[in-house]
Design a protein around this ligand. Sequence first.
Ligand code: CDP
Length: 267
Amino acid sequence: MGFSANFEVVKHVLSFSGWHRSDFLSVERNAFSRYIIIPILRDLRKIVIAIDGPAASGKSTTARLVAEHLGYLHIDTGAMYRAVTLRVLEEAIPLEDIGAIGALAEKTRIHLERAETGNRVFIDERDVTREIRTEAVTRNVSLVSSYQRVRDVLVREQRRMAGTGGVVLEGRDIGTVVLPNADLKIFMIAGVAQRVERRKKELAINGIDIESEKLEREILERDRLDTTRKASPLRRAAGAVEVDTSSLTIDQQVQFVVGMAKEIIGE
Ligand code: CDP
């Protein structure tokens, strides 16, 4: 068996023992014919931060501001699931047609761009930042994102975007599935009343007025679907720090995460 074949075998074995493929550059044999692992030299100031949590728990605002503080990239993975859902609705694909939805996810080119007001979301060249927040998308996104094939496509893309660090990813499965080796994992929660209140304000800024009772039903239903689905359910990841933002100000929750990140970076 040639060296490259051996390398593939060793990489395969390593990935089963908790190593992520992007953690090592190569596996070589030393003078004593033992395999040694050559890790990728990462910039130690550029760590990977994973923020997970239920709907409207404060993830997006926190992730965006933490990224700004550290000069990192902010990746809102929920926006990516919303973008696929928007395309499913536009193409009028039946929501139970898993095959067609998976194929659509594969050919949908989503990209996120940093702007003054946070990320802008594009499908191909089209700016869909506002459209992905409509009620119709919100109502259907949990079902579309419960399909394994959709997740496989987006998770592959998210890992590629995370590169070798300097990123804050937020979603439902970042610490459990996408990047289980993240340097800092946060599980963000908040009481239902606070979450409803925050979402109501957020929507009002965009000129949308929804009754609190309706919002609460929508948030609780999405929580139920996201925590009970088979594929990558929302869970607190092993090693994640739980942050209850119910009585924290935005500034407090941002400072908390930035403080933990700086401790890890050694600043
Ligand atoms: O911002 P909000 O809390 O409303 O949710 P979001 O982050 O925009 O995510 C919308 C939906 O996408 C969630 O309710 C999940 O169903 C799904 N999602 C997911 O399955 N996995 C992720 N990593 C992120 C979002």
